[in-house]
Design a protein around this ligand. Structure first.
Ligand code: COA
Length: 169
């Protein structure tokens, strides 16, 4: 497996991971009709746009030409964020490849880039019910940022989200 920068032609592979990972990880958390209607074609279009806009940095985990995970990151989207704060916008691994260190490898590569970009901290918003992801972030050294809960509406349901952060300087 190699971790490499994502290319526009990876849009389809990233969309496949995105949809399948959502459908496995968020079952019982996000309303099922929302998960059922997720479409790889729609998601692929969104990724084509993300590449065109150069909206974020994205790395993929590539196993012999097959994308099994990705991480997307950049400057924190938080209003009044400190200048030196980066954010993981998304990290998804194909459910068939969970718990094999793919997520950890993606995060370590992104961490090196975020440091190179001069960020002193990194944050991530995670659904409060997403225990697997929270365990992953805590093992990587993230801690919950006190007083930073918010709700995000997905599929007509309000879901609590929590912000986690880590010093990376
Ligand atoms: C959260 C997520 C990105 C973590 O990726 P991952 O590849 O499963 O993570 P890792 O394998 O690096 O680490 C996770 C687990 O594997 C274990 N592990 C890591 N390397 C390992 C190895 N070489 N051999 C065996 N186990 C290993 C870790 O100890 C950890 O254990 P746990 O499952 O009991 O918590 C992934 O599970 C995922 O895509 N989840 C769905 C999407 C999601 O929730 N994204 C976050 C949104 S905020």
């Amino acid at each position: 497996m190699v971790i490499r920068r994502a290319l526009p032609e990876d849009s389809h592979g990233i969309a496949l991971v995105h949809v399948s990972s959502w459908q496995h990880a968020y079952r019982g958390i996000v309303p099922q009709p929302h998960l059922d209607q997720l479409s790889v074609a729609d998601r692929e279009k969104r990724w084509v746009e993300i590449f065109e806009r150069r909206a974020s940095e994205t790395l993929v985990a590539d196993t012999e030409g097959h994308i099994v995970g990705f991480i997307s990151y950049g400057k924190s989207r938080q209003e009044q964020a400190e200048q030196e704060e980066g954010e993981i916008y998304a990290i998804y691994v194909s459910s068939s490849h969970w718990s094999r260190g793919v997520g950890r490898s993606l995060w370590e590569a992104a961490l090196a880039h975020l440091r190179g970009l001069g960020f002193a901290r990194a944050i991530v918003w995670v659904l409060a019910a997403n225990e697997k992801a929270i365990r992953f972030y805590e093992r990587a050294g993230f801690t919950v940022c006190k007083g930073s809960e918010k709700a995000v509406e997905i599929g007509g349901k309000k879901l609590p989200e929590v912000r986690y952060g880590i010093a990376i300087a």
